[in-house]
Ligand binder design. Structure first.
Ligand code: FAD
Length: 538
């Protein structure tokens, strides 16, 4: 039997946005969709057990991307883990559920010309996506595909962190997605019944039985096929063989902020100055492709603890691992049901700032993520922080016409002095919060990654430049709007092209003041209405 190669919609990338789109577009039985993912299926248990996050920033479910040497960070090459699996980042992420502030979205409209993306316009898409068992209108939704949960049984160290935040002067906040972000408390997480709820679980799996949906894994999209200015199909590499698929309506690029611009460039769409040196024929000149890349620059302080109380026990003490495993299997509870990143805070770097500009994540464990120091021997905890509205901007450029070669990714961390200044203030606040009595009784030693102490502003700046890293939130490289750097219009159509949209985190013209998964889900939900030409009601 010959294989069908023609579909209404081809979706490139089965990640956070791609799975929302595949699930929603196939609700209409007359619409056929092919979802094409380069990575594997999401069957591995580490993906579904919430604490499995600790195993996923290295290994086969991420791309192994690295940055170009970072000029403002001592020319360091920084690891940039990103999901390479059905569910994308949502299958390997820390499951923190936050969505920024209304002003983030209002600014997309005001500063970038993204008409229809003010908070008043987009809030309903957050609500449509959400299934929140504790919270409801006006800030939350119930009955949507994304399962959201409270941390069922916070770790005693997470509780100590939240108390320390209050001792430092923060109010307790029971909902970081409610009236205000400001304060300290526990994150809600994208989990349901003790399991991770990626968009692959929430949106794609319920759609899999539909005859109008086809999902391919292990297919690396190498380029978009064009007929003049119209996208008509894609070419993939599968086990070393090129295959082609045709789109009768649209090609949708949802391959992430690092890869969507690269695929445009390999297809001849981009800044001629980037394409010509690689010998790529310029089919459509669009200078913004791959510009405006940015990310939150994360900073971590690891704390060595007096006692064996942190989640490190699960790695180091065999009976603890066995008990946790049995508890999880029997009841879906206990430490393995924890996402590890349980508690946090949003604060202001100074009293002059009207909205929180710093975010904190507390982990009752150390060495959880790629490149972060573990405490050996002994047991640790980690507090990380970033400034939420960085000004530094970088680039993504195809490095070769070979689609298997990673692009040159330059987040340009800390290039702007403002980012350095506020990041230094963030590290200082970390230390102040951790110096409150609820935490100090647990802490034996602060590990400042090689530095003995941080006293002066210069010490803090040195620390920030020496240890700043990705928070895994790349955005902006196919920005939406009407500026000379924008790549897509407010309907997410590539400027000057037909039958081609970009729908993923790359379209955010400026990063939201929080983690980025829920905003990406919102983008894909709104895009479904833009494609269908009619709006749903929340
Ligand atoms: C380790 C980690 C931790 C994070 N923690 C959090 C968190 O706690 N909370 C939060 O809100 N956000 C978090 N994020 C960020 C969040 O997951 C991302 O913002 C979100 O997944 C972005 O969605 P996307 O659809 O743009 O890209 P992705 O989800 O990355 O999806 C892109 C998909 O395209 C596929 N792809 C790429 N190239 C090709 C190609 N050539 N051909 C075919 N397929 C291709 C990829 O394999 C991937 O599946 C984290 C991310 C990571 C990586």
């Amino acid at each position: 039997m010959s294989k069908n190669t023609s579909y209404d919609f081809l979706i490139i990338g089965g990640g956070t946005a791609g799975c929302v789109l595949a699930g929603r577009l196939t609700e209409d039985p007359t619409t056929s969709v092919l979802l094409i993912e380069a990575g594997r299926s999401d069957l591995h248990p580490f993906i579904h057990v919430p604490a499995g996050f600790a195993k996923l920033t290295t290994g086969p479910y991420q791309w192994g991307f690295t940055s170009a040497p970072q000029r403002s960070c001592g020319n360091r090459v920084i690891a940039l883990p990103q999901g390479k699996v059905i569910g994308g980042g949502g299958s390997i992420n820390a499951q923190v559920f936050t969505r920024g502030t209304p002003s983030d979205y209002d600014n997309w409209e005001k500063a970038y010309g993204a008409k229809g993306w003010s908070f008043a316009d987009i809030q309903k898409y957050f609500l449509i996506s959400e299934d929140n068992p504790r919270l409801s209108a006006p800030y939350h939704g119930t009955g949507g595909p994304m399962g959201i949960s409270d941390i069922a049984d916070p770790h005693p160290l997470s509780e100590a962190f939240v108390r320390s935040g209050q001792e430092w002067g923060l109010p307790y906040n029971s909902d970081f997605n409610g009236e205000t972000q400001y304060g300290t408390g526990y994150y809600q997480t994208t989990t349901k019944n003790g399991r991770r709820c990626s968009t692959a679980i929430g949106y794609l799996n319920p759609a899999r039985k539909r005859p109008n949906l086809t999902v391919l894994t292990g297919h690396l999209v190498s380029r978009i096929m064009l007929d003049g200015k119209r996208a008509v199909g894609v070419e993939t590499l599968h086990k070393g063989t090129a295959e082609q698929f045709q789109a009768t309506r649209e090609v949708i690029l949802s391959a992430s902020a690092f890869v969507s611009p690269k695929i445009l460039q390999l297809s001849g769409i981009g800044d001629p100055a980037d394409l010509k040196p690689l010998g790529i024929d310029v089919k459509h000149s669009l200078v913004g492709v791959g510009k405006n890349l940015h990310d939150h620059c994360d900073l971590d302080i690891v704390y060595e603890l007096h006692k064996y109380q942190s989640m490190d026990r699960l790695e180091k003490v065999r009976p603890a691992t066995a008990v946790a495993g049995l508890q999880y299997l029997a009841f879906r509870s206990g430490p393995l049901a924890s996402t590890v990143v349980e508690a946090g805070a949003f604060t202001r770097s100074s009293s002059d700032v009207s909205e929180p500009d710093l975010q904190f994540h507390f982990l009752p464990a150390a060495g959880v993520e790629a490149g972060i120091e573990a405490v050996r021997p002994g047991f640790g905890a980690t507090l990380n922080t970033y400034m939420v509205r960085p000004l530094s901007r970088g680039t993504v450029k195809a490095a070769s016409t070979d689609p298997t070669v990673q692009p040159i990714i330059d987040p340009n961390f800390l290039a702007d002095d403002y980012d350095v200044e506020i990041s230094a203030a963030a590290v200082k606040q970390c230390r102040e919060i951790m110096a409150q009595q609820s935490m100090t009784k647990h802490v034996k030693k602060e590990h400042l990654a090689g530095q003995s102490d941080l006293r002066t502003k210069d010490d803090y700046i040195k620390f920030v430049k020496a240890y700043g890293r990705t928070s895994y939130h790349p955005v902006g490289s196919c920005a939406m709007g009407t500026t000379d750097q924008s790549v897509v219009d407010a309907d997410l159509r590539v400027h000057g092209m037909e039958g081609l949209r970009v729908i993923d985190a790359s379209i955010m013209p400026s990063i939201v003041s929080s983690n980025t998964q829920a905003p990406t889900v919102m983008i894909a939900e709104k895009a479904v209405d833009l494609i269908r030409g009619r709006e749903r009601v929340a």
